[in-house]
Design a protein around this ligand. Sequence first.
Ligand code: ZN
Length: 399
Amino acid sequence: MHRGRRTPAQPTMAAALGGLRGLLAAAGRAAGPTRPWGLPVPLGPRLLQQSCHRPAGPQPSPEPGSRGLPEGVEYIPTRKKAKNPMKPVGVAWYCLYARTRLGYLLYRWQVKAAREQYPHGHSAPQPCCFPGVKILPIPVLSDNYSYLVIDTDSGQAAVIDPSDPLAVQAAIEEEGVMLEAILCTHKHWDHSGGNSAVRQQHGFCRVYGSALDAIPELTNPLADREKVSVGCLTFEALATPGHTVGHMVYVLDGEPFGCPPCLFSGDLLFLAGCGRLFEGSPETMLASLDVAVGLGEDTLLWPGHEYALECLDFATRLERDNPALEQKLRWVTRQRQENRSTCPSTLGEEQTYNPFLRTHRPELQAALGLQRGRGEHPDAFRARVLKELRRHKDLYKAT
Ligand SMILES: [Zn+2]
């Protein structure tokens, strides 16, 4: 859930409530689904007798008392209204979505509507192949992406945020792989709602994520910087709170395959955008974005949503003389006209046009009418810039 601009398949509040009525009638069926999506019989496991290019190292254990958050990161829960950037109505709606059964029913309705509107997915994605690894974006719902990441030598795979289990299962079958792990970035239903059905299909499959985020079917809670191995693939989980308290991103180590690191960013970071601050302060979100930037400029960014056009359009209203931004907007416009996916970008190019990664830039600060106060710490000022930027984006309506 990001709550950006609505696309035709995304519900208005009234439509959502209308759809909920029908779904509520079927509430009993949806409560503890035994095969809620009518999935076919699972694939049989393939024999795996494969040695990795490079064995994964020992997994670090979480530091006691860290709560899975990076050092120095403050968690501001939603109930602290004075510090929460959302208005009370927004908080109430968010609580209904994130913490009650209504959110799950709304998600089911969104999946159904999106399947009807986009029977072949909202975008045409391009698989990304390196020697020994294949990354397959799977367009789901009206603008989400799941990702199937395959160790091509062993046929073992992990999926990031399997929102629509039918679409994910179709990709698994087409690729003929064995699903070993679900890596869940956060609890919002449009990222975690398929965990249960996918796991029922692949009972041996582990579900990873933060214990702070009430992730459905979680079997392997992760702490910050803990590693996950799937075949020869090694992912590092990074705690990146702000959008939700337990938000995590996953970084695939590309070194064994001679490819750049791959960041699966969920709702932390999008092409030219970032997620809304539902459960964290601007300071917390800024620290999380800095963690992403620290991964290096060649890192490939695989975001949780196809928001590129909207985010770039917003960015051009702030920075009217940025050649990198204009060039990316032209490219993204062409891609979207042909219904093609816009991912991946790199973290290096994101820093040239993504306003949420440019809070240190004087031109952006000037565009927002902000000046650093006397004695104000640079990071405190950047957090203030981020807060104002996020406020503008929340009010923004794409034309
Ligand atoms: Zn979300």
